[in-house]
Design a protein around this ligand. Structure first.
Ligand code: FUB
Ligand code: ZN
Length: 688
């Protein structure tokens, strides 16, 4: 789409004039667009009522093929995710609130209004911890009322907005003694002011969608409207913007979707473009994944979370503008992700140094960084790509990251978290991989907001019907886009078993297409509609079933849950001569403590035969690790422990002797939930 006026002209106009008449209006936007006035969400006409807005409110996004279903419309019933989500609201979110208090995150706000004499505590982006926590509560409240959590969040929000300056500015690090440093070029590059604002907006949006209370959202909007828009941007009298840590871009676009005010899309576009008036160190441009036009990026590099969040913002921008250059770049970057940069767990970011992507195929196991936030960013990005395209390849990545590299981030008891998610571990390293608190505590509340918002990722609507993305026991109570009320029930033991029964109850018989996702791993999937087998079912696609649906119609899906042995591209040096094991969406690993006493993982090999994958037996154990399918496998271990061997010796053509050994494998996401033990996802193999 060609913008009606350039972003530069547009944003300058906002700076010079506060009249609404100069502002371009999307055909779909009926909202009041008054950049200069003190905002109040209630004075705008949202496109959908607050209760009906999903994780993203795509109802009026012109380039979204799929539209979100609100979190509250989906009830996840007893099954796989219900346990994790219960733990999240009963243990993780409450214990994180205490941690945040204990580590001074709220004192930072209180000290600015004379209620605390404490020094500023925590890193420069500490406010974002409070916002991500509030966002988690916001999503949680869309599923249930949780009065106590609501009370805590309400009072936190009151304390937050109390420190907002009349200028609209709000950031506890740069208020008070550091006020003169705010929004300087260096501060924008490293100070996370706009990152914190982005999280504030996202929290405000989630809380508003939960409660209709726009206190936090209004404060965020006031920050943008009164402080940012008039003073920062491309105009001759404006200071340039660099987001430093992308986040503000997607938040601004969601603000637009919530208020109907188009200038937020324009501002996001300007930030994604970069402002050439500022000279930025080229190394920082790589690290920050911002500062030059997003559309000139050709590979994933630099700080992994920054890159993922930038891709989210760019995908959001595409969803609103249809700018083809963005779609092209997003797909180039996505190919890079899939072909060269993503761990088998959906984790991203190979290097601890700079928390960064490595070179192509640089995917170390024990040294893997795989920050939980980066895997979450991966899921969020793919959610946007899916909305834009309706293509199942994006949902496959969502599922991979969600069940594995994200799910591993939170302990089963919900009170400790992984920051790094390595794919191999040796307790001799001395690392404690799960901790209740990190001074850089971005990951824990990020995991909490993801689990709390999960129901919003199960379904989408489209012009022609309904999409089913994820599988778990659940009920959908929503409506088709023509307004026909529809309920849908899923019954399944997914991901342990591949049978899924869907029962549809449209309020009245209706013709529409039900698009059911066939996971990319589900070869030989089968579908029956009211008992009638369907043909043409392909793995890695949505299978569209168009018919006159009547109340009580059923769809039975069968995804054969076969164990599969996976090899990596030989260019992934650390995985050469090794294989990983996957069953359905779950990636498996071995922990040493599950093996016979004295067996070292370093000495273990899997046995691969013509039966490819059939050498593994699965067993559901309800009382083990909160209920998991474990895999049993007869492999081998070196007859002589490798610890006894010399460091170097002449190579021979005879392979070291193995003795048979029975192994137990567990899902990767449950590793490190017992005493410290060696773990590995990739294991050497021998041919049977
Ligand atoms: O900089 C804010 C957050 O802290 C990043 O997203 C994480 O990688 C951690 O560095
Ligand atoms: Zn993090």
């Amino acid at each position: 789409m060609t913008p009606r006026i350039s972003r530069r002209e547009f944003l300058s106009a906002v700076a010079i004039s506060s009249t609404a008449s100069v502002l371009p209006r999307g055909a779909y936007s009926a909202a009041i667009e008054d950049a200069g006035a003190i905002p109040d969400i209630s004075s705008h006409a949202p496109s959908l009522s607050w209760q009906d807005q999903g994780v993203l409110n795509l109802a009026n996004s012109p380039y979204a093929k799929l539209h979100s279903v609100p979190v509250r419309a989906v009830t996840i019933e007893e099954g796989f995710w219900s346990k994790r989500r219960k733990t999240n609201v009963e243990r993780s979110i409450p214990s994180m609130r205490l941690q945040l208090e204990q580590h001074g995150r709220m004192e930072n706000f209180r000290r600015l209004v004379g209620k605390s004499s404490a020094e500023q505590q925590g890193p420069v982006f500490s406010d974002s911890d409070i916002y991500k926590w509030s966002e988690s509560v916001g999503w949680a409240l869309q599923s249930e009322s949780f009065p106590e959590l609501r009370g805590f969040a309400d009072s936190m929000i009151r304390e937050v907005v109390a420190v907002q300056e009349p200028s609209g500015y709000l950031n506890t690090y740069y208020q008070g003694e550091r006020a003169r440093e705010r929004m300087l070029q260096h501060s924008q590059e490293v100070g996370h002011e706009l990152y914190c604002l982005g999280h504030m907006l996202q929290a405000g949006v989630a809380y508003y969608r939960a409660t209709g209370d726009s206190t936090l959202l209004d404060a965020g909007m006031r920050f943008v409207d009164k402080f940012v828009l008039p003073n920062y941007g491309p105009g001759p009298n404006q200071t340039p913007i660099i987001s430093g840590h992308p986040e503000i871009e997607m938040a601004l676009i969601e603000l637009h979707r919530t208020t109907g005010k188009h200038q937020y899309v324009e501002l996001a576009g300007y930030i994604l473009e970069g402002d050439s008036r500022w000279k930025i160190d080229p190394k920082r441009i790589i690290y920050m994944f911002c500062g030059i036009p997003f559309t000139t990026r050709t590979k994933l590099e630099g700080h992994a979370v920054r890159a993922m969040y930038a891709c989210c913002g760019a995908a959001d921008y595409y969803l609103e503008t249809g700018d083809a250059a963005y779609w092209k770049s997003l797909n180039v970057l996505w190919d890079d992700l899939i072909r060269r940069q993503m761990y088998i767990t959906g984790g991203v970011g190979a290097r601890s140094q700079w928390e960064a992507f490595g070179d192509s195929y640089e995917l170390p196991n024990a040294q893997a960084y795989g920050e939980s936030c980066a895997a979450i960013g991966n899921m969020m990005w793919n959610w946007r790509m899916l909305a834009a395209s309706g293509e199942a390849k994006f949902t496959d990545v969502i599922e991979r990251a969600l069940y594995n590299g994200i799910n591993s981030g939170m302990s089963l008891n919900g009170t400790t978290y992984c920051y790094r998610n390595p794919l191999a571990f040796d307790p001799a390293s001395g690392d404690t991989i799960r901790n209740p608190w990190y001074d850089v505590t971005c990951c824990p509340p990020n995991l909490e907001r993801t689990f709390a918002s999960l129901p919003g990722y199960f379904y989408s609507t489209s012009k022609d019907g309904l999409y089913v993305h994820l599988y778990d026991n659940s009920r959908l109570e929503w409506h088709l886009e023509d307004g026909t009320p529809l309920s849908l029930r899923q019954q399944t033991k997914y991901p342990w078993d591949g049978d899924v029964a869907l029962t549809l109850t449209p309020k009245k018989p209706s013709a529409f297409t039900l698009h059911v996702r066939i996971p990319g791993w589900a070869r030989n999937a089968a579908i029956k509609v009211n008992g009638n087998p369907q043909t043409g079912v392909e793995a890695g696609e949505y299978f569209g079933i168009r018919r006159d649906w009547k109340p009580g119609d059923t769809v039975l899906l069968n995804f054969p849950m076969e164990t599969e042995i996976i090899a990596s591209n030989p260019r992934v040096v650390e995985d050469r001569g090794r294989v990983a094991v996957r069953r359905g969406p779950i990636i498996y690993c071995m922990e040493e403590l599950d093996q016979s006493p004295g067996v070292a993982l370093a000495d273990a090999s899997l046995t691969m035969s013509e039966r490819l994958g059939k050498e593994f037996e699965s067993e559901y154990k309800s009382d083990f690790l909160d209920g998991v399918v474990v895999l049993h496998h007869r492999g081998g271990v070196f007859e002589t422990s490798s610890a006894e061997e010399a460091l170097y010796s002449p190579a021979t053509l005879t392979a070291p002797k193995l003795r048979p050994e029975d192994f137990t494998m567990i899902p990767y996401y449950v590793w490190a939930n017992r005493q410290p033990s060696a773990m590995q996802v990739w294991t050497p193999y021998v041919r049977a």
